[in-house]
Design a protein around this ligand. Structure first.
Ligand SMILES: [Zn+2]
Length: 277
């Protein structure tokens, strides 16, 4: 389930492998894209960039590759010429002298003139990026009260990439728990304090997940939980994937519900205190 933080971490690995280097061979497996292979082979990758859950590979000849991992795509970095054994379908390969960056399974790939990327239908409607350090919680709070979002339930807004780019399913559950808000509430039902705590949670949880490679629990809390448990329990989340287990704060059972077609986990006791539940 790659979300903004996972895509940013993957992009850093891709950048370490090919950024600033001439890519001797570029290979697309999808028929509609194959003609771009020879056009890009030998060009230098000038920059690897992320926009929400999309990854952009920019070349020095004014061409960019857009790729979106969807639910199943994965990037692998390998020594040049050594393709790993896998049942996954290789969709895009960037072979530099020493290493190769390989994109498996994802099929949402397209090739653009870099200057035209803002016309890409997904990129054109993206909101501010959750990992953009210039985005402040005030900006997020203001956005929550904007007309397109004011009267929609929080579980829906958080999955809308035009609200904040990069939030996905596990971040949604974790953000709402940290803000102690019911997923069914709408921004217009929130008081100023609740709007601020939600805006803070959106940025805090996303940035913590990026910094700790997919863990949203604060490190101190994670250590405390691990000390109480035997074995090597891997605790990453407050609520996500913890249906039926005890809430770390109040001991109530964590619930699970489909919202917007995706599973959402929450503690009704911690998050049900406001109207709208
Ligand atoms: Zn609770």
């Amino acid at each position: 389930m790659p979300e903004g933080p996972e895509i940013r971490l993957a992009a850093e690995k891709v950048a370490a492998a090919v950024e600033g280097k001439a890519v001797q061979r570029v290979m697309f497996s999808q028929h509609r894209l194959r003609r771009f292979g020879p056009k890009l082979s030998g060009s230098v990758v000038s920059k690897i960039e992320t926009k929400g859950k999309a990854l952009l590979t920019h070349f020095d000849n004014g061409i960019s590759i857009y790729s979106h991992n969807q639910l199943y795509g994965v990037w692998r970095i390998v020594a040049a010429g050594s393709l790993p054994k896998t049942k996954r379908r290789l969709r895009l390969a960037l072979h530099a002298d020493d290493r190769s960056a390989l994109l498996y399974s994802a099929s949402d790939i397209s090739v653009w003139q870099t200057q035209d990327l803002d016309k890409h239908p997904f990129l054109a409607k993206l909101g501010p990026d959750i990992l953009d350090p210039t985005v402040s919680y005030r900006c997020v709070a203001t956005r929550l009260l904007d007309k397109p979002f004011l009267n929609r339930p929080l579980h829906s807004i958080l999955m809308d990439q035009s609200f904040m780019a990069g939030v996905g399913n596990y971040l949604r559950s974790e953000i709402l728990f940290q803000a102690r808000l019911s997923p069914k509430l709408k921004p217009k039902q929130l008081n100023t304090t609740a709007v601020e705590s939600l805006a803070n949670a959106i940025l805090d949880i996303s940035r913590r997940s990026y910094e700790s490679k997919g863990v949203t629990l604060p490190s101190r809390m994670r250590n405390e939980i691990q000390n109480q448990q035997s074995g090597r329990a891997r605790n990453r989340f407050y609520v996500f994937g913890r249906e039926g287990k005890s809430c770390y704060l109040c001991n109530s059972k964590i619930g699970r519900q489909e919202m917007g077609g995706r599973r959402l986990y929450w503690c009704v006791n911690c998050q049900g205190g406001q109207s709208g539940g």
